[in-house]
Write a new protein. Structure first.
Length: 683
């Protein structure tokens, strides 16, 4: 019995021990499971955070790429907008250089020329790098004259070297073939950037340009370009940063040297696209040499000759300009919607005595070519309504056009890669980019005008008619610049304009008065056009119209109006229907408010009572003369008659008619103007 009890007790203890051990195992398993769950949760959280981080990085990268592409696309599309005012600056300065005989003025003009060309080069650098990054740059291989390319480069760089007191060593092999096939503009840009960089980092000594070649076969050469300097050189530590965009080397030491840090990067990328490589040898503190070898096809093996001699003989040509020829019996037509560009071309060609007609729209040009025979026609590309290519196409297909076979040259600020090919394929005989080069303009005339119309110095008849002086040009304002702020008092009644900005833009009181008057007169029609284009979703004409308003408003100092027009121009380019619909009514309210703000301009249009009243017969005779001139498209002389009539008080019964005529003249609506002038009778 006792034994049984003992055995039962032992069994009970054993079961209890087993139960305790089981509970212990279960507890450990539970802790292990909990630990695993915690670890899994931590792992999942880590993975979630990592995935979110990667997604955020991917989103940021996408946004960065989109922002970079937007930046590059924006800048690559700015070429025409930026180059147009530079064209006016360089072109008008060229006229000053030709017509002034004052030593100080010529010196200032030379500085303006050098600075203008440097500015153009900087603008081109920024635009070109953006176009390369946006994938919009192409290499276009075409025929070019190596001598012309080198002349342009050396002429642009010579003044920079002279201003720093540096010697410019030019060494061009005399036997290099003269006519090559390649991308002239890109090759010129590479050489110019290397030379500009050399001058920038050289304080004393010299900068050299060496051009030589090696014959590859009967069709190709290896052209070697080498630019050397005695400048600061490049340290070994900085050599790896040489082709980094926007990177300035040795910034602490060279902080006073201006520049964007883009030149070498652009050269490197362009050479890569042309199958070449930029190589560098530099000794820190002694100077650098950059060189590249590029394959070019030979179109004419005739040697380039003594380039250095020609360069030295022509070095002072800009300071002592004389027209290379006269062509008094030649007549050309220049078509451009920007009046400043027309003034520049007429000014540059004035001393050649060529007869120049102008048109500021494709429609006007189409009417003019029906009536008169021309020897050469220059056509701008980007114009409202009919652009240059459309105008040219209609021109050559017109049945009653006596100018079907007349050479047409595209003269435009559209200087993007492939532009030349675009215009040649469209049927133009040639292409000239803005800023206008007087030398290339004159060479085009020599090439395309009939040979018997060109009279060179020394030929019989060259001096029969003297070239006009600056004071003979009826199209150049003879008003003197304003000297005192009090001179603006006559405009004190006008609202919504910055008079100082307006005067700065217009230069003279007379021009400002005319600009204000024209702006005021055209508000109803032009605001109506903008409203119609917006309603019709005519993005092209809407954009052209607000672009014009942006410029015209800024000209008269209506800065807020100009800014709002600029905003809508961007939305027009983007064809953003919602923003155009939202913002156009606001723009039109502001634009039309200038009918009230500029109401005092009505006095200039109707003429003050103090003026002598013109007789009815004299007034009608003036209108008849204007009609006859406009029928043969002599707009300039018709406008001169209008300005003479404006010196008088108009008979009251003809007041409304005269206002309509002035408005139509300002808007250059020829058909409506002729219709108005045709119905003029004694009242």
């Amino acid at each position: 019995m006792l034994l049984t009890i003992i055995l039962l007790a032992i069994a009970t203890l054993a079961e209890t021990a087993v139960i305790i051990i089981s509970f212990s195992k279960i507890k450990k398993m539970k802790k292990a499971q909990e630990a695993k769950e915690i670890a899994d949760a931590e792992y999942l959280e880590t993975m979630r955070v990592e995935m979110q981080r990667e997604q955020d990085l991917e989103n940021q990268l996408t946004l960065a790429k989109e922002a970079s592409l937007a930046k590059s696309t924006f800048l690559s599309n700015m070429s025409h907008e930026i180059r147009t005012p530079i064209n006016a600056i360089i072109g008008m300065n060229e006229i000053i250089m030709r017509e002034s005989h004052e030593e100080d003025t010529l010196k200032y003009s030379q500085d303006i020329k050098a600075s203008g060309e440097i500015l153009l080069n900087i603008v081109n650098d920024i635009l070109d790098l953006s176009k390369i990054e946006a994938g919009k740059t192409e290499i276009i291989n075409e025929r070019y004259e190596l001598s012309n390319l080198l002349s342009k480069v050396v002429n642009m760089i010579d003044i920079q070297a002279e201003n720093k007191g540096l010697k410019l060593d030019i060494n061009i092999a005399n036997d290099i073939p003269s006519i090559l096939c390649g991308d002239e503009s890109r090759l010129q840009q590479c050489i110019l950037n290397l030379l500009t960089n050399a001058i920038k980092y050289t304080q004393e000594g010299s900068v050299g340009l060496l051009v030589e070649y090696r014959k590859i076969n009967n069709d190709n050469i290896a052209l070697t370009i080498k630019v050397s300097d005695t400048g600061v050189g490049i340290s070994p530590d900085n050599m790896s940063k040489l082709f980094t965009p926007y990177e300035r080397l040795d910034e602490a030491k060279l902080h006073t040297i201006e520049g964007t840090g883009l030149g070498l990067e652009i050269v490197n990328k362009l050479l890569g696209m042309m199958g070449s490589t930029l190589r560098v040898h530099s000794v820190y503190g002694e100077g650098s040499t950059f060189h590249f070898v590029i394959r070019q096809k030979v179109l004419d093996w005739e040697p380039i000759g003594d380039f250095q001699g020609r360069y030295l003989r022509g070095k002072n040509k800009g300071k002592n300009y004389s027209e290379p020829f006269h062509a008094p019996h030649a007549r050309i037509l220049v078509i451009d919607d920007t009046n400043m560009n027309l003034i520049v071309v007429k000014g540059l060609l004035k001393k050649t005595l060529i007869q120049i007609d102008t048109a500021d729209s494709g429609r006007e040009a189409l009417s003019m070519v029906k009536q008169k025979k021309y020897d050469l026609i220059f056509i701008d590309h980007k114009m409202p309504g009919l652009d240059g290519i459309e105008t040219h196409e209609l021109m050559v297909n017109m049945e009653d056009n006596p100018n079907k076979n007349v050479p047409c040259i595209a003269l435009t600020a559209n200087a993007i890669s492939g532009a030349r090919e675009q215009y040649i394929n469209a049927g133009f005989q040639d292409y000239l980019s803005k800023p206008v080069s007087s030398e290339r303009l004159e060479k085009s005339l020599e090439k395309y005008l009939p040979a018997d119309m060109i009279i060179y110095p020394g030929d019989p008849g060259f001096n029969d008619v003297e070239a006009p002086s600056a004071n003979d040009d009826a199209n150049v304002s003879k008003a003197s610049p304003v000297q005192h702020e009090d001179d603006l008092s006559e405009f004190n009644g006008l609202e919504g304009i910055n008079l100082k900005a307006a005067l700065n833009n217009c230069d003279t009181i007379d021009i400002l008065r005319e600009a204000l008057k024209e702006f005021y007169q055209t508000i109803p029609d032009k605001s109506g056009d903008i409203e119609k284009y917006a309603a019709d979703l005519d993005y092209r004409n809407f954009t052209v119209a607000v672009h014009a308003l942006k410029s015209n408003a800024r000209l008269i100092g209506a800065m807020r109006l100009s800014d709002e027009a600029a905003t809508l121009e961007q939305y027009g380019n983007a064809e953003d229907k919602d923003q155009i619909s939202l913002l156009t009514p606001q723009l039109l309210r502001l634009y039309r408010s200038y009918l009230e703000k500029l109401a005092p301009m009505e006095e200039y249009i109707k003429q003050p009572e103090a003026a002598e009243e013109i007789s009815k017969q004299a007034f009608l005779n003036a209108l008849s003369d204007m009609k006859e001139l406009l029928e043969v498209f002599d707009y300039d002389n018709a406008q001169s008659i209008m300005h003479m009539v404006e010196c008088y008080r108009i008979p009251p019964e003809y007041g409304d008619k005269w206002t309509r005529i002035q408005t139509l003249m300002a808007e250059v609506k020829l058909d409506e103007l002729l219709e108005e002038l045709s119905h003029t009778e004694v009242v």
